[in-house]
Design a binder for this molecule. Structure first.
Ligand code: GLN
Length: 492
């Protein structure tokens, strides 16, 4: 079979279980594609063929023996922020270029237990700080729809591997939009779960009160399969919540679009910088949902102007604390010939971190310092609460809230946005993390340059099933999610 990379997760599962192809064949098929195409896309930081083939053989044996789980033998790529035992875990940073993790993140452990095959680790903005994947120590990943453009970030590698058919699905993390925005830029479906739904254990920390892992795939159905694997309580993460996990696949039809109340925050559609064709595609998708029986209701979200400043205080504050562990002493990069301890700290950090990471450490340290703490950090926490309350009030009237995932489609590589310009591009995603809510991106068509546009649906707490179900039904009635990126078409 030559088109194995075109099969959905359900089709892969059926094909494997029915013996139409083996996991070894499937895995080799993907490894060959990576070898052939990834020099152009630059999505993988590390490919793990030996690990993949040994996991594939174990899956094949389990399938033969009749005791395999449903997803056994299906390949997966992990964002290089998930610790993988015995495999380099770089977080896209020179600081961790030499770091071989001694243990697996819980998400990785769960993926292994489900019989999934690790193809490798994929590129990302350094320490997940960014929106283009250009800040990686390993260089920029390209957008499979047009190689002159970025795939988004920080989970740009995860988006690019799926869009280029170099993995059937991938893990990502989302601190302020890093699953939804790259999914939007690459025409994919990506889910940011409720804070606490997926364990953060073994995920290299950026901003601990905002970080959350989730699936990136071609469809809501494929995302549901991965959610079934990774969701759940973990005693190793004190912020993970001990709450029953839905069967996301079984629930794909559980929510009725008929009568569903979709909130349209008018403030979101008046944001300066919202591109005309993004607005048009999003409005068309809402019209489609309306045709399917949904009711569009205007809602007020009044805090839009506070999103960017609040996030860009809290996230750097937490980052400055989390990143203090990289001191050149315990692990990671160490400078050559330090003259004393201070020199070791200073030069290891100066040489090991990139520009954006240093900027965040400076901002965060400043905001947390005595004298400024109350004025900035404490104030930001209060505004964060107001942002959450604003959402809860809106959810009294509606089931979900619709918005663009990003004000524009993908940027050109090297566009060199100023930090402020880049931060403003996150306006539609940040508040979801500040409030801890779940949200999903679904592809809803292309702009004038043939680049994908994404619709974001934001749900109330623990409504992952509902979000996946709505997007699944939308995808049953449309074919935007089946459109393929240029490089995938050229290598069909
Ligand atoms: N683009 C945002 C930032 O730079 C969000 C990143 C993320 O979600 N990891 O912080």
């Amino acid at each position: 079979m030559t088109n194995l990379h075109r099969l959905s997760i359900r089709e892969l599962s059926e094909g494997l279980q029915q013996g139409k192809f083996s996991s070894r064949e499937l895995t080799q098929h993907y490894l060959k594609r990576i070898e052939k195409i990834d020099a152009q896309v630059k999505s993988y930081v590390t490919v793990t063929p030996e690990l993949a083939l040994s996991q594939a053989d174990a899956a094949d044996a389990a399938i033969k023996a009749g005791n395999a789980t449903a997803l056994a033998g299906i390949p997966l790529a992990h964002k290089d922020i998930f610790c993988t035992q015995g495999v380099r875990t770089s977080a896209g940073s020179k600081m961790l270029d030499n770091f071989i993790s001694p243990y697996d993140a819980t998400v990785v452990t769960k993926a292994k237990a489900a019989g999934l095959v690790t193809l490798g680790k994929v590129n990302m903005d350094e320490f997940a700080m960014g929106s283009t994947s250009e800040s990686s120590y390993y260089g920029a990943t390209k957008n499979p729809w047009n190689l002159d453009y970025v795939p988004g970030g920080s989970s740009g590698g995860s988006a690019a591997v799926v869009a280029a058919d170099l993995a059937p699905f991938a893990t990502g993390t989302d601190t302020g939009g890093s699953i939804r925005q790259p999914a939007s830029f690459c025409g994919l479906t990506g889910l940011k779960p409720t804070y606490g739904r997926v364990s953060r254990f073994g995920i290299i920390a950026f901003a601990s009160s905002l970080d959350q892992a989730g699936p990136m795939a071609r469809s809501a159905e494929d995302c549901a399969y991965l959610m079934n694997v990774i969701a759940g309580h973990d005693a190793k993460d004190s912020t993970s919540v001990d709450k029953e996990v839905d069967d996301y696949v079984a629930n794909l039809h559980a929510t009725s679009v008929k009568g569903l109340r979709i909130g349209i925050p008018k403030q979101y559609f008046n944001v300066a910088g919202l591109a005309a064709d993004v607005k048009a595609r999003v409005e068309e998708s809402l019209k489609k949902l309306e045709d399917m029986g949904a009711i569009l209701v205007e809602v007020d979200l009044n805090m839009v102007e506070a999103y960017v400043p609040t996030y860009y205080l809290i996230a750097p504050a937490e980052a400055s604390s989390n990143l203090s562990r990289y001191d050149g002493v315990r692990y990671g990069y160490r400078c050559e010939n330090p003259v004393d301890l201070m020199d070791l700290y200073k030069r290891s950090r100066s040489e090991g971190f990139g520009e954006e990471v240093k900027r965040r450490i400076l901002i965060g340290t400043y905001a947390l310092s005595a004298g400024y703490y109350d004025a900035y950090y404490v104030k930001a926490q209060k505004v964060r609460r107001l942002i959450q309350q604003d959402f809860l009030k809106a959810f009294e009237n509606v089931d979900v809230i619709a918005a663009p995932s990003a004000p524009t489609t993908a940027y050109k590589i090297g566009a060199n946005l100023s930090p402020t310009e880049m931060y403003l591009g996150d306006v539609y995603t940040l508040a979801v993390n500040l409030a801890g809510l779940p949200a999903i991106n679904a592809p809803v068509g292309l702009d004038d340059h043939n680049l994908p546009v994404g619709l974001q649906l934001i749900g109330n707490y623990w409504s992952e099933s509902q979000l996946l179900s709505i997007v699944h039904q939308y995808q049953q009635n449309t074919d935007f999610h089946t459109q393929r990126a240029a490089i995938a078409e050229e290598n069909a």
